[in-house]
Design a protein around this ligand. Sequence first.
Ligand code: C2E
Ligand code: CA
Ligand code: CA
Ligand code: CA
Length: 280
Amino acid sequence: AKGGGRNRFSYFTPTLQVAALNRMRLTNDLRGALKGGQLALYFQPIVHLRTGRIHKAEALIRWNHPQRGMVSPLEFIPLAEASGLIIDIGAWVLRESVQWVRRWRREHHPEFQVSVNQSPLEFQREDGSYQAWLGELQALDLPGQSVVVEITEGLLLDANSAVSNKLLQLRDAGIQVALDDFGTGYSSLSYLKKFDIDYLKIDRSFTRNLAPDSSDMALSDAIIVMAHKLGLRVIAEGVETAEQRDLLAAAGCDYGQGYLFAPPMPAEQFDALLKAPVQE
Ligand code: C2E
Ligand code: CA
Ligand code: CA
Ligand code: CA
């Protein structure tokens, strides 16, 4: 009878238990991370392929955990979503982005834009925080065009009224929308007609295998032509080689983002990159 308690849990494999515990601990730590200043916003340049100029950046969150070091957003964003912490984290990302884009518009380019990622849960949520943030933009005299919101296809596929309303609100405020990870979902495409989207981000999985006459080249070509016909600009993710960049540029892709140009970096470092003389 004494061992019964333990046996009741014997259908859990040890690794599952460890994983579940790990998630619980990390979620707990995440609660403190925001207040404790452990979160940082990194920026990665989005490069205009024809001119090589940088007028856009994607904001990517980082968590510097006191014991574990850098924890990937792929690991902690799902925990933030499951626990509801994503709301506070998302609000922090927006506020932080606005401060930097304000500076870069003043000091680097008047049309500089920062792209922020939004989880479906965050995007669909109806509350005052978004309105408050729009108010902050206005108070800083920043047009909506300073910000691009990156969302994923899944959100548009089963778009409910909350999603449509949010898209309309953004549009009213002049904020642009990018469709992230394009090509990885169901890509029914009909939503491209239905919703007002400004940018398509071709997923890294296509960029990775680009070669002349490859099927991924054919797909990328087709995506770019279609996007342009619909009036969207195209950003290729995960550009790591000069060959990929050249193939994308030849296909008419508007922007590229990836380690070839620069990895995501702390804001101060990105600021220095913008100030550095252009390398030819
Ligand atoms: P994502 O939005 O698709 O972001 C692009 C990811 O690709 C980033 O990973 C970036 O560091 C990585 N990347 C950029 N260039 C290259 C390249 O040339 N090669 C390769 N292999 N990777 C490249 P990261 O920063 O680890 O972010 C992972 C995901 O976490 C993001 O994917 C996004 O979905 C999510 N995420 C990041 N920041 C936020 C945030 O502030 N809010 C929300 N809701 N999600 C975020
Ligand atoms: Ca993104
Ligand atoms: Ca992406
Ligand atoms: Ca993603």
